[in-house]
Design a protein around this ligand. Structure first.
Ligand code: SAM
Length: 418
């Protein structure tokens, strides 16, 4: 059982056109490279697909090997190929032969770009770790991941692919379009950091707006402040809210149905553009810029958020991982600096996001670094906020004490007075 599974996805291929559309030519190439690698062919099957949009169809083929298999699919209309070589290493180690075969095929197709994966399969001592290993990109070259023994739910909503997974460490975890959003055992890192620094720097936050945040975690933190008379949450995707109501109550503790909460389904940009309401704090609890939330990371949107702030109000948002996405952090802080007088970046390590994660409070007047720990402490007491797992009056200052590599991303903007 144990073996090595190599895959390669080839893009912008410049190899011989015959390899894409002529199954005899492709079969001959595969046989030749397989024999050169000294793997053993025990059977084969080839299929040519019908014409597609006036283009000849691609070819699907497999060579059955005594050591397992070679499978490939060509996509002439996209100059693409998917390769798959799996060898078992039961009686001997065939890894080098598999590598030789897939390298020979890649060379023959001459791709402009290649995405490779190497999987160790069927460990002789039983499963390595428990559950499905899900990886997430930190940037183009770095990934991190968690194992999830159980998949509780998966559905395509109108806007995104929604999954609920379960892990002994993280608990029930929400994932949208392959990105980890929040997890019941770990959500306090992000939600407490997103909400409390700004809310406690503000002397009397009564009206709060949350854009996104359909899991209800940020809303639950906002409602801990007894100064808040109404919190409005606007999430694009009603399915996220419904799944959160049913399956994420350990995160939102029913906040989505609080009498002090107004929960709306809609586009946050549209809401901010049209609302007559005004807010002391606006929290942007959105998916990343490369998702339907993209337009909510623009100067225009930041200006429209500023327009709905009451005097002394602030906006808070997450901006990415300073080490892995320095350009995104710089550009975001620069954009915010053209709209707001005070730009107060902060950060903390967020286990679920696999990195030290940047957030920022922006305002024309509120600067959290200037609010002393004693004031924060008193406001926690006055507002009777006791059940926090991450944030406290000392952490408040620590959050805004930036490592130099982060501070240096936009030195002229970082408000440094303490
Ligand atoms: N804590 C998470 C994070 O930091 O990555 C965000 C969690 S929350 C689930 C993200 C939400 O943003 C999603 O529910 C998604 O539907 C919502 N969203 C994306 N684009 C939006 C838009 N244009 N208006 C309102 N909500 C939006």
């Amino acid at each position: 059982m144990q073996g090595l599974h190599l895959t390669a996805d080839l893009y912008q291929c410049a190899g011989d056109r015959a390899f894409f559309v002529d199954e005899d030519a492709l079969a001959a190439l595969c046989r030749q490279l397989t024999e050169q690698s000294t793997l053993t062919i025990v059977g084969e099957k080839w299929v040519t697909f019908p014409e597609y949009q006036g283009e000849p169809g691609g070819v699907t083929g497999t060579l059955l090997l005594a050591e397992s298999h070679l499978a490939l699919h060509t996509w002439p209309e996209r100059a693409g190929v998917t390769l798959d070589v799996y060898v078992c290493n039961f009686s001997s180690d065939n890894s080098a032969k598999a590598q030789l075969l897939i390298d020979g095929l890649i060379e023959a197709f001459k791709p402009g770009q290649v995405q490779r994966n190497n999987l160790l399969r069927g460990d002789e001592h039983g499963p390595v770790g428990s559950g499905e290993l899900l990886l997430e990109n930190l940037n183009q070259h770095a990934v991190y991941g968690f194992r999830f023994p159980e998949r509780l739910l998966a559905k395509q909503t109108q806007y995104q692919y929604l999954e609920l997974l379960d892990s002994p460490e993280l608990g029930t975890t929400l994932r949208l379009d392959g990105c980890l959003m929040t997890a019941e055992n770990e959500e306090f890192f992000y939600h407490e950091a997103l909400v409390h620094p700004a809310m406690l720097s503000h002397p009397d936050p009564r009206s709060v707006l949350i854009i996104g945040g359909g899991d209800g975690g940020a809303l639950e933190e906002v409602l801990k402040h007894d100064t808040v008379q109404q919190a409005t949450l606007v999430d694009l995707d009603g399915d996220v809210i419904e799944v959160a109501r049913k399956h994420l109550t350990s995160i939102n503790r029913g906040a989505l149905d609080s009498p002090r909460a107004k929960v709306l389904v809609g586009d946050g940009a549209e809401f901010v553009r049209t609302t007559e309401q005004r807010f002391d704090v606006v929290l942007l609890d959105l998916t990343d810029p490369e998702t339907p939330a993209g337009p909510l990371y623009t100067i225009e949107f930041f200006e429209s958020c500023k327009a709905v702030l009451k005097p002394g109000g602030a906006v808070v948002l997450h901006i990415g991982a300073p080490f892995y996405e320095p350009e995104q952090i710089s550009s975001m802080l620069n954009k915010l600096g053209t709209v707001f007088e005070q730009v107060s970046p902060f950060g903390l390590h967020i286990p679920l996001y696999g990195a030290y994660w940047g957030l920022v409070v922006v305002s024309d007047s509120l600067a959290p670094k200037t609010v002393a720990a004693e004031v924060i402490e008193q406001r926690l007491v006055d507002r009777d906020i006791t059940d926090l797992q991450y944030y406290n009056s000392e952490i408040h200052g620590a959050l805004f004490a930036l490592p130099n590599y982060y501070k240096n991303l936009v030195p002229e903007l970082v408000t440094t007075e303490a």
